[in-house]
Design a protein around this ligand. Structure first.
Ligand code: SF4
Ligand code: SF4
Length: 151
């Protein structure tokens, strides 16, 4: 009788549990330090732009909409081009960026996964022209008085 190649191996494997996981029914085990989907905290961000400077993938954008006495700043993180290097999080002085353990990032065709947040940044008050003129006049008067005294 001809030998069936690997028959013994096949029979042995029939009674073993599968080596693959039943994802997505069974969630994957995430190792410590895993860098997944970005979480952005717009409440602590100050819009310094450091994250944009260190992002080699160019995945971060900052949009500014000016308004009276303030700016609306929107930060966006494009998960489609992000390499999950974590530099934006490491360099953020306000700890506003976190790379979570979320690994499931599935979209439909043509859809993008964008993480974004908007916050308002107050601008310093505009100088009052009348006050500036008054201060200049006072300084000129003081200078003239000092010069007169020294004569
Ligand atoms: S997320 Fe952090 S590094 Fe980026 S603009 Fe905001 S404060 Fe700056
Ligand atoms: S993890 Fe890296 S690639 Fe992704 S947004 Fe941050 S700096 Fe850019």
């Amino acid at each position: 009788m001809a030998k069936i190649p690997y028959a013994k191996e096949a029979l042995k494997n029939l009674f073993k549990s599968p080596v693959t996981k039943k994802y997505p029914q069974v969630a994957a085990e995430i190792p410590e330090g895993y860098r997944g989907k970005i979480k952005f905290d717009a409440d602590t961000c100050v819009g310094c732009g450091m994250c944009i400077r260190v992002c080699a993938a160019g995945s971060i954008e900052k949009k500014i909409v000016p308004k009276e006495g303030a700016q609306d700043i929107t930060m966006t993180f494009d998960m489609g081009s992000c390499t999950f290097c974590g530099l934006c999080s490491d360099f953020c002085p306000k700890k506003s960026i976190e790379l979570t353990k979320e690994y499931s990032m599935i979209t439909g065709a043509g859809e993008r996964i964008i993480i974004s947040g908007t916050f308002e940044k107050k601008l310093p008050p505009k100088p009052d022209p009348a006050k500036i003129a008054a201060a200049k006049a006072a300084a000129a008067a003081k200078k003239a008085a000092t010069e007169a005294e020294n004569k």
